[in-house]
Design a protein around this ligand. Structure first.
Ligand code: FES
Length: 503
């Protein structure tokens, strides 16, 4: 692994527009919190039907998980269709396939209509067996895929790459794009249609009802409806968070000779699974091969420094033409217990507050579905996907996964009484962090590159779990519901909506 490898490849080539923070009170039909794919797609579609929108983002455009995606646009979902059928019934499985297919089509139509230069490409996707699975597994999935209405999916002898994948399923007409270029195009289209976007603007309070508003340090947005599209909701303390679990996933990028790998999407059936795509023509002689996987429950792995190297070994065995790794990064995925995102009315909240979360490994299509579904709900239009994605749903057949994840969360509170990672701050190397115990308290301590110490409480401000240091990402990750904090303790990912408390 190259120690000088860069972060997400998208930042190399995207010019993302910047906006001013909110500095006055404003009003709008709809206030959207979050400028990732879900928030901006919702804002774009609402402006297209004449709604006035205000978008608030505490970072920049795409600075959350959309900037860390590998941007597979697929109806080959990362949960098996035979599982979706068991959990949601035949109709649910068909609607899932239909909605993700429609999302790819919608991205394509927006790209064409707004002339967004984001490298959108239609291409095939190939699902091949991990060592623990055999052809019968693929046959079972193929039958479920066909029952879900994806009749153009077929079993083929192998994927069109050098290493022998064995039999696999070919999903035609998938998509890929450059996610930040797409978001930049969406943001510009929103502005052209009269929408207003404010970055560097943290939503401190979110209130629904007749006097719906979003409070920020610089002003208040009063709106008819509020959409919280912050990857995981910062306005819901408990309900949705018991039905999904945060997982970290890791990615590497390395050059390969142009055309040495067929341009397509590839996934194996493992759990966690590997996912592969290309960024073509990074220079005259190379494409960039992107390989992801090695997922683990956030804040709950003690071998994080091994994750990128293991991914590289897996990739190099299969793609020996790979050059030196030039990019490595990680992202967080919210895994719903029943495989599908939560999109719609925020449970136990006013009717005019909406949320989107639980993107699983299909964030680009789930985010686009959110734009389509929430627009219909805000306009009072019927949408056949509404009950499938209802955040308040209880999927009885997922009760086993529900119980398992919540027992896991409960177990994390034992960290209150355990020792720290190290006995003394003297044991923390430069540019690294560790949790230490000081009396009855636990502290998250980061030692910067010059040796200076930065101490915060290690207690997550969401519901009180103890955060863990992630040495690959240099972040503090909460093992319970996915809150993440930068090395200095500032919040970067909900559900926490404030940073770690200064000690
Ligand atoms: Fe819920 Fe930290 S994210 S306790």
């Amino acid at each position: 692994m190259a120690s000088h490898a860069k972060g997400p490849v998208w930042s190399d080539t995207a010019k993302v527009p910047t906006y001013s923070p909110l500095t006055a009170d404003v009003t709008a039909d709809v206030c959207i919190v979050g400028a990732g794919i879900a928030g901006l797609t919702t804002a774009y579609l609402l402006t297209q039907v004449g709604k006035s929108v205000v978008v608030l983002e505490d970072g920049g455009i795409g600075s959350g998980q959309t900037g860390a995606t590998t941007a597979h646009l697929v109806n080959a979902l990362d949960d098996r269709f035979f599982d979706l059928e068991r959990l949601h019934g035949g109709r649910g499985s068909r609607l899932a396939a239909e909605s993700h297919t429609a999302a790819i089509d919608r991205v394509e139509s927006i790209v064409a209509r707004e002339r967004i230069a984001c490298d959108f490409t239609r291409l095939d996707g190939y699902l091949f067996c991990a060592p623990e699975h055999d052809e019968a597994f693929l046959d079972r999935e193929l039958e479920a895929v066909h029952r879900a209405g994806l009749h153009n999916v077929a079993k083929v002898g192998r994927a069109p790459i050098d290493f022998d994948t064995g039999p696999c399923l070919r999903f035609p007409n998938q998509g890929q794009f450059h996610p930040l270029k797409y978001l930049a195009g969406l943001a510009e289209a929103i502005e052209r249609a009269g929408g207003r976007i404010f970055t560097g603007t943290h939503a401190k309070q979110i209130q629904g009802g007749a006097r719906a508003c979003v409070g920020t340090p610089g002003g208040t947005v009063r709106a008819g409806s509020v959409v919280v599209a912050t990857n995981t909701p910062v306005n819901d303390l408990v309900v949705v968070h018991t039905k999904q679990a945060p997982y970290m996933t890791y990615v590497i990028g390395a050059p390969v000779p142009r055309h040495s790998v067929t341009t397509a999407l590839y996934w194996d059936t493992g759990d966690p699974y590997h996912y592969i795509r290309l960024v073509t023509s990074i220079d005259a002689e190379h494409d960039l091969l992107i390989v992801g996987g090695e997922d683990h429950k956030s804040g709950q792995a003690d071998d994080i420094p091994e994750r990128h190297p293991r991914l590289e070994r897996w990739a190099r065995e299969r793609f020996p033409m790979m050059g030196e790794v030039t990019h490595k990064w990680g992202g967080q995925v919210m895994e719903p217990v029943d495989g599908l995102a939560f999109i719609g009315h925020n449970p136990l909240d006013s009717d005019n507050v909406y949320t989107v979360t639980g993107d699983s490994g299909n964030g680009m299509t789930h985010g686009t579905i959110a734009g389509m579904l929430l627009t219909d709900q805000i306009l009072g239009r019927h949408n056949p996907w509404e009950s499938l994605y209802d955040p308040g749903r209880v999927t009885l057949r997922a009760s086993g996964a529900f119980a398992k994840e919540n027992v896991n969360v409960a177990a994390q509170y034992a960290d209150w009484v355990t020792k720290g990672d190290v006995d003394s701050v003297d044991d923390i190397p430069k540019d690294s962090g560790a949790v230490i115990r000081r009396g009855a308290s636990k502290l998250a301590v980061y030692r910067d590159a010059t040796g200076g110490l930065h101490e915060r409480s290690a207690v997550c401000p969401h519901l009180g779990c103890i955060v863990a240091w992630n040495p690959a990402e240099k972040t503090w990750d909460c093992p319970c519901h996915g809150s993440r904090f930068d090395k200095f303790g500032e919040v970067t990912n909900g559900p926490a909506n404030v940073g770690l408390v200064r000690s």
